[in-house]
Design a protein around this ligand. Structure first.
Ligand SMILES: [Zn+2]
Ligand SMILES: [Zn+2]
Length: 227
């Protein structure tokens, strides 16, 4: 018989404890601990992050512009290989979590914002202290907003725009190793929000229907809606 171990401290599970939303077991020793905002494991508040993170999330967290310089190039390269090329190199500006909340109405916490004027992308902000898998997914999402603006897709219905952005985030996560990337993919595909989750599922279904993302994007550009 194999006794399960606590995902937080590695010790043998106690008879009582709890299960995080990612399905990880946490032992009773952490009862009452504040959960990490990204994975639900007990947070270590001494890490000095903007928001509570567990040591595992903190290890890969993108905390400074120096970190961005290190982790962004492979993310941008992968997005280009998925044929999403922005006309200017992507610049990511890290911002404190509190700075971007309330900028967009009504879809939970805001982790990234792209500001464009017509076809010009003037700013791409990502909340600092996100673990790498979440950071990459947010970057991919925002890069798609930048791409749609630069390529002249015009004003799209929210579920079309956000659905396309979530589709790129999901595609980027597909070849990232490790459980956090898998959790991020599930968070996207099972998101109950009608605009983000519903948009993603509609985009994915439309791409399958017309035989690929390229053709689906061509249709959206022409008609402003999913085929
Ligand atoms: Zn434990
Ligand atoms: Zn964590």
């Amino acid at each position: 018989m194999i006794l399960p171990r606590c995902a937080a401290c590695g010790r043998i599970m106690t008879l009582t404890g709890y299960v995080t939303s990612n399905g990880e077991l946490v032992c009773q020793r952490h009862t009452g601990a504040q959960p990490s905002v990204c994975c639900g494991l007990p947070a270590d508040l001494s890490l000095g992050a903007d928001r509570p993170l567990c040591p595992r999330c903190a290890t890969s967290a993108v905390r400074t512009q120096q970190d961005v310089k290190r982790v962004l190039p492979p993310i941008a390269a992968r997005l280009r290989s998925l044929s999403i090329r922005t006309t200017t190199p992507v610049r990511v500006r890290l911002v404190p979590f509190g700075e971007v909340q309330g900028l967009l109405g009504g879809h939970g916490e805001v982790l990234g914002v792209t500001v464009s004027l017509g076809s010009e992308v003037v700013d791409l902000m990502v909340v600092r202290d996100l673990p790498l898998a979440r950071f990459g997914a947010v970057v991919a999402h925002e890069v798609m907003h930048a791409y749609l603006a630069q390529q002249g897709f015009g004003m799209l219905p929210p579920e079309v725009a956000e659905g396309l952005c979530e589709l790129l985030a999901h595609a980027w996560l597909k070849d990232q190793p490790g459980a956090p990337a898998q959790w991020e993919r599930r968070r996207i595909s099972e998101n109950p929000d009608p605009v983000y989750g519903g948009g993603f599922r509609a985009a994915r279904a439309a791409a399958i229907r017309v035989g690929g993302v390229r053709r689906m994007l061509e249709h959206v550009r022409r008609c402003g809606e999913f085929p």
